[in-house]
Design a protein around this ligand. Structure first.
Ligand code: BV8
Ligand code: ZN
Length: 246
């Protein structure tokens, strides 16, 4: 039986350290397509064909074009009420950490100041040969994979399938998970590893887990509270209730 709202509020009122573990679903209300949900981009395209280094070497222009398309969608996207509520909750809780699988930079644009990007950031790019960084807007919005001065291909600074996650960022995320009182798990299908290990780590170290999703996921049976609905509709109200009782 999942906990009631009253119990959730009590846990949040007592919490000093809160971690928000987020996935593509938190950006859905900003108009950014998710990967696996209804209408998810993976339904049409296969990650193996796009989000991996071999695909990039085989067909750099196709992969680059896909990222340019996603960047163009992002250009018009705004952080939504869920991103903003998380950023503003830095005034409610002593320690707030965002551990995100997203590469869309919306948490930063919402004003969050303590963010770990497990899968990189789509606004950063680097040369595969000399590792020079070419971040937006330096990189022209063209659909051919640009070349570095050294002749190397320029790629998005995101973690592709089969690639290691940035070690320090992952370890810092594990530390935050092991030391938090409450972990929100928002808008993730929790199927991509090793990121999907983070909620279990928090639970094993005594954190209270609150899932917010529009449908049950692989980890719904493990959380203390499962709030079904859109993050942008659920999170602001919940955090406002905490703020008004503090
Ligand atoms: C690694 C960055 C090894 C790029 C991404 C079998 C074959 C091949 C690989 C594997 C395999 N088994 C395991 C693996 C490893 C693989 C993996 O886990 N694959 C899974 C799919 C089986 N992992 C890796 O390859 C990782 N690297 O393992 O390296 C290694 C080890 C040692 C040495 C060398 C190498 C790298 C994984 C990172 C891949 N990169 N993206 C890019 O974005 O272009 S993955 C991609 O999935 C995104 O990063 C995304 O963030 C991530 C997770 O997806 P979600 O965020 O959860 O999004 P999803 O669409 O799935 O779900 C959205 C949810 O939101 C849904 O539940 C929906 O209901 C909900 N929702 C929708 N709307 C709302 C909402 N909720 C609330 N409100 C709403 N409004
Ligand atoms: Zn170079």
């Amino acid at each position: 039986m999942k906990d009631t709202r009253e119990k959730i509020l009590q846990k949040l009122l007592d919490a000093e350290s809160v971690v928000y573990f987020t996935g593509a679903g938190i950006s859905a209300e900003s108009g950014i397509a998710t990967f696996r949900g209804a209408g998810g981009i993976w339904n049409k395209l296969k990650p193996e064909e796009l989000a991996n280094f071999d695909a990039f070497l085989r067909n750099p222009d196709m992969v680059w074009e896909w990222y340019q398309y996603r960047r163009s969608v992002l250009k018009d996207a705004q952080p939504n009420a869920a991103h903003l509520a998380i950023a503003q909750s830095e005034n409610i809780f002593q320690n707030v950490t965002v551990v995100t699988q997203n590469v869309d930079n919306l948490h930063k644009r919402a004003g969050s100041t303590n963010i770990y990007e497990l899968h990189g950031n789509i606004e950063r790019n680097f040369c595969v040969r000399c590792h020079t960084y070419y971040n937006l807007p330096d990189v022209p919005f063209e659909n051919k994979a640009p070349k570095c001065e050294c002749g190397g291909l320029i790629r998005p600074d995101v973690v592709w399938f089969g690639e290691m996650l940035p070690q320090e960022i992952f370890s810092a995320s594990e530390d935050a998970a092991m030391n938090c009182d409450v972990m929100f798990i928002i808008g993730t299908s929790a199927v991509v590893y090793p990121a999907a290990r983070i909620p279990g780590l928090a639970r094993r170290h005594g954190a209270y887990l609150i899932e917010i999703n529009i449908e049950p996921t692989e980890i719904s049976y493990t959380v203390d509270a499962s709030l079904m609905g859109k993050a942008g509709e659920i999170l602001p109200g919940l955090l406002n209730d905490v703020k008004s009782r503090k």
